[in-house]
Design a protein around this ligand. Sequence first.
Ligand code: NAP
Ligand code: G4F
Length: 325
Amino acid sequence: MAKTALVTGILGQDGPYLADLLIKKGYRVFGLIRRYSNPNFSNLDYVGVTNEIDYVEGDMNDEASLLNLIRTLHPDEVYNLAAQSFVKTSFDQAKLTTEVNSLGPLYLLNAIKFFSPTTKFYQASTSEMFGLQHTNGYQDEQTPFHPRSPYGVSKVYAYWMTVNYRESYGLFTANGILFNHESPIRGIQFVTRKITDGVAKIKLGLAKELRLGNLDAKRDWGFAGDYVEAMYLMLQQKNPDDYVIGTGESHSVREFVEAAFKSIGIADWKKYVVIDPQFKRPAEVPNLKAKADKAKRNLNWKPKVSFEELVEMMVKADLKRYGSK
Ligand code: NAP
Ligand code: G4F
């Protein structure tokens, strides 16, 4: 019989890439969607899996809907990707962020504990949990947490609950501590997609400027398609564990801007970029750089797409969206 997986956050960025991978591996994929008058399937359409998923309705804020899904589906694997995932918004909507990102995973863990204890659980943890902390300039599984936003704090809670349910009840639960990963279907608010979309518009004469916040922040950016493989691999191991996933390369927002403009033949990007304080945060995470040696060793995982390839892929996709050949 085909293995089954419940994927929350199916309409986001990672959900479609993960669904595609699981379907190719022969899984039946159940995708959790909230109740919408008009759900947006454009990311699933982009990846080409819209019609291959069984959609189930529920909400991370609604415990009963999650309990009922686990009770009735008994999935082999649950990938909890749903979140209020935009860091800047979490400063203004801290309670909502906490409910979705902290209590949502707790509801799923309880549902598994009570109704389906053999279900394996993946929690989408994040490098934002490290915040200011680093170990000789990088972050790995041993680096302590010092979150710098309500988003980061909410994810630390879910991280430890995931560990705690493994230690307390023997559940197969794993945290993927993923560093920033991007793609042509990255949400438009996130800085990479905002830049590639802006650059495409400038190239096509549809915009004159690109307004950004802190250009000095550094991130370890990889390709989402590579990262969902790591999620899958974590649930295929003999023993559950937590893994840092990233490229080991760090670039500033300024470098991303430079590379994106360069890819359309513009060297003097400063003419187009305006610094706008509204895009700065009350507290910043200055520098993220992964040391993913454990994932390489135990999961045999490594990223395939380079920083330059990622920037080019995203700019090209945005140019295509606006109709450029
Ligand atoms: P994303 O594009 O923002 O997608 C998040 C998804 O969560 C959306 O589909 C959204 O549904 C869903 N969601 C939000 N609130 C919900 C609720 N109350 N009930 C049910 N679903 C809800 O995020 P992503 O980039 O794919 O990231 C996936 C996960 O990895 C997130 O948990 C994120 O925090 C974490 N993460 C991401 C990165 C990264 O760089 N991308 C790095 C580390 C960790 P709607 O479509 O209905 O709004
Ligand atoms: O693209 P961002 O909004 O991503 P951020 O805050 O790093 O969070 C993302 O990655 C996390 C993993 O580390 C995930 F957990 C999280 O869910 C999300 O996917 O911002 C990146 C950097 C920040 O330092 C920000 O201050 O870019 C800087 N930035 C500069 N100007 C901007 C802008 N960010 C945004 N969104 N918009 C700007 O105009």
